[in-house]
Design a protein around this ligand. Structure first.
Ligand SMILES: NC(=O)c1ccc[n+]([C@@H]2O[C@H](COP(=O)([O-])OP(=O)(O)OC[C@H]3O[C@@H](n4cnc5c(N)ncnc54)[C@H](OP(=O)(O)O)[C@@H]3O)[C@@H](O)[C@H]2O)c1
Length: 291
């Protein structure tokens, strides 16, 4: 089956290379905004013809739109206007947040449409390619496209699950929180250690194993039982003093401590180790405005 790739950056190059390896798919053409960028993508993939404009694409059995989310709808409209989309062919995008409704212009042209969201951080295509097998991918779309996306995923050794198109913002927020915001949270941890005078090297030696151990505990015990620390113990005076100190030093750090602290109070209530009255006092502390 021949596939065009429109927008071939971190995710597109990785999936394109995995599809090429599988020999079930042939990459027809790759279109980025410039020919130079398309060429570096086909070099990485090891197949496909690089083109410098969407107008230079020829129709294929399937088109993967792996451009940034904000460009998906307009790229789709462009390839429809350029008559690249044949009736009965497949058009899908890779956004986790948006549904296949963004591809209504292709559906109106007779294509089967869907979305395919591998739940992975494609920070570095070489590493992402090496670690792709075993990844999970959320799919949605019309029935023929769902079957097509299952074949695409299978060729990449990705296991699929179906997502409700109407809930994609919530679904994607889960990925944003546990991946992107985890990175931001670790940065907040580095900043606290820096304020305490620790070197970046010492902080890294603490943060890596500490975060890994915490994740392993969550996997093993679930979030409620994995929670430790002052809120799980109901240490209301410590929490109050720490919140005040952080807020007065840096409002952003204080705000993170506050909002995640509220979530930790909920977990602590379910865990049952801390006294209810102490957890209520901690909730009241978090309602106070220290600005
Ligand atoms: N990265 C991840 O971890 C990840 C994970 C799951 C899903 N996704 C989804 O995958 C999609 C791509 O993300 P990404 O991280 O791979 O993005 P990326 O690395 O920024 O790559 C986007 C590519 O799209 C091209 N592009 C931008 N505008 C274009 C246009 N108007 N016409 C043609 N090509 C265009 C860019 O080409 P130029 O080089 O010419 O600018 C670039 O090669 C998004 O929908 C994203 O939500 C990403």
């Amino acid at each position: 089956m021949k596939m065009n790739i429109v927008g071939c950056g971190r995710l597109g190059s990785t999936i394109g290379r995995a599809l090429t390896d599988s020999e079930s798919f042939e990459i027809e053409a790759v279109a980025n905004r410039t020919l130079e960028s398309s060429k570096s993508a086909t070099d990485f993939i090891g197949s496909g013809t690089p083109v410098g404009s969407l107008d230079d694409l020829l129709p294929a059995d399937s088109t993967m739109l792996a451009c940034p989310d904000d460009s998906i709808e307009s790229c789709c409209e462009q390839i429809v206007a350029a008559q690249v989309v044949r009736p009965g062919s497949f058009v899908f995008h890779c956004s986790g947040a948006h549904s296949s409704e963004l591809l209504s212009s292709a559906a109106a042209a007779g294509a089967h449409t869907g979305s395919f969201h591998p739940v992975k951080s494609f920070a570095d295509p070489s590493h992402a390619y090496a670690t792709l097998p075993g990844t999970l991918g959320g799919i949605e779309g019309d029935e023929p496209c769902i079957s097509h996306l299952q074949s695409v995923a299978e060729a990449c050794r990705i296991s699929t699950f179906e997502i409700d198109a109407a809930s994609k913002f919530h679904y994607h927020a889960g990925s944003v929180l546990v991946c992107n915001y985890l990175v931001a949270l670790l940065e907040a941890g580095y900043q606290c250690f820096d304020r305490a005078g620790l070197s970046k090297e010492t902080a890294s030696q603490i943060i890596g194993p500490f975060a890994a151990e915490t994740l392993a505990n969550v996997e093993r015990l679930g979030t409620t039982q994995a929670l430790t620390g002052p809120i799980a113990r109901g240490e209301k005076r410590l929490v109050e003093a720490q919140f005040e100190a952080l807020y007065s030093a840096d409002e952003r750090l204080g705000a993170i401590y506050q909002s995640l602290g509220m979530m930790a109070v909920e977990l602590s209530k379910n865990q049952g180790s801390a006294a209810k009255a102490d957890l209520t006092a901690i909730t009241e502390t978090f309602k106070r405005d220290y600005r």
